[in-house]
Design a protein around this ligand. Structure first.
Ligand code: AKG
Ligand code: FE2
Length: 299
């Protein structure tokens, strides 16, 4: 009984923030990052709509986009066999549960590499500032990767259908397109205002059960949320999407061209999301700043 009560208290904003996440909340309050300039504008959009779309150059990432592109090209070259495999499985294997249309280029469990351009981007100043200020606590980086999404003609499934993520009360995912993404390349798509802070946070569209997971088709969604208000995030290479994926979203339903993007995810420290980043025994954080180490849970 008591445990049940505690569990439901944890699910309220108060219990989540001042119970499970008290320490990171106080740290932010007394010694937190402050948003300025473009970061502050992005934050306003995020708070209100749950989604913001900006060009890479408007962020303070300390990462040069052409260096990022070069690193991605090398990655693609090195992973060509795996890319050919995913293109084949997107076509032939329609089983549910493994996203056979999507290749996580660093594998599904990423080993943190402090020297890679990808971890530096994930831990960059703008990203950490926006994450902490959005949560109003010191957040954790849980995941980063590069996704190769293969075009296919099979019916939409898994994250190609509307859903919301469940890792936490607030979840910040940042996507950086590394290829041009038009309507045929499976753009990330969001229902603005359906995040916890939003006007439509209690919206509950019809859904069906896809192997134990709630999914909502476009038709079901459009009955609860008019299609003309969907935010379809098409954009050129270098477009950055910041989204609270606790709100309704979908993406990766690529039909005519493949999609390549960087992705990273922030949650509260108390989130029950599996610890997705792994750390090798000999990892050193000496080149990282204190705030970056905090985002990894090492201080
Ligand atoms: O592939 C996409 O655009 C959407 C992926 C998704 O649902 C997620 O990252 O939570
Ligand atoms: Fe998702």
């Amino acid at each position: 009984m008591l445990r049940k009560l505690l569990r439901s208290a944890k699910r309220t904003e108060l219990g989540w923030r001042y119970g499970s996440n008290l320490r990171p909340t106080l740290r932010f309050l007394f010694d937190g990052r402050k948003p300025a300039g473009r970061d502050a504008e992005i934050l306003k959009d995020l708070n209100m709509h749950g989604v913001a779309v900006v060009p890479f150059e408007s962020l303070d990432t300390e990462v040069n986009f052409s260096d990022l592109e070069r690193a991605v090209n090398n990655l693609v070259e090195g992973e060509m066999p795996a890319i050919l495999d995913i293109k084949e499985s997107a076509r032939t294997d329609h089983s549910i549960g493994r996203k056979t249309f999507n290749l996580e280029m660093f594998g599904s469990e990423v080993t943190f590499d402090p020297n890679s351009i990808f971890s530096r981007l994930a831990l960059s100043k703008s990203f950490l500032t926006i994450a902490d200020c959005y949560f109003r606590m010191q957040t954790r980086l849980r995941y980063y990767n590069v996704w190769y999404t293969s075009a296919s003609t099979s019916a939409a499934r898994e994250s190609q259908l509307w859903h919301f993520d469940r890792e936490d009360r607030l979840i910040l995912k940042i996507f950086v397109y590394l290829s041009d993404v038009d309507h045929g390349a499976g753009p990330f798509t969001y229902a603005p205002g359906t995040h916890k802070k939003g006007r439509f946070s209690s919206m509950s569209p019809a859904f069906f059960d896809e192997d134990g997971v709630r999914r909502t088709t476009d038709e079901q969604m459009s009955n609860s949320y008019p299609q003309e208000n969907w935010r379809v995030c098409t954009g050129k290479k270098g477009t950055v999407i910041l989204a609270d994926t606790r709100g309704f979203h979908k993406g990766g339903e690529a039909r005519t061209s493949d999609r390549l993007m960087f992705i990273c995810m922030f949650t509260s420290p108390a989130s029950e999301s599996r610890k997705l980043l792994r750390y090798p025994d000999d990892v050193t954080f000496s080149d990282l700043e204190r705030g970056q180490r905090a985002a990894l849970g090492y201080e």
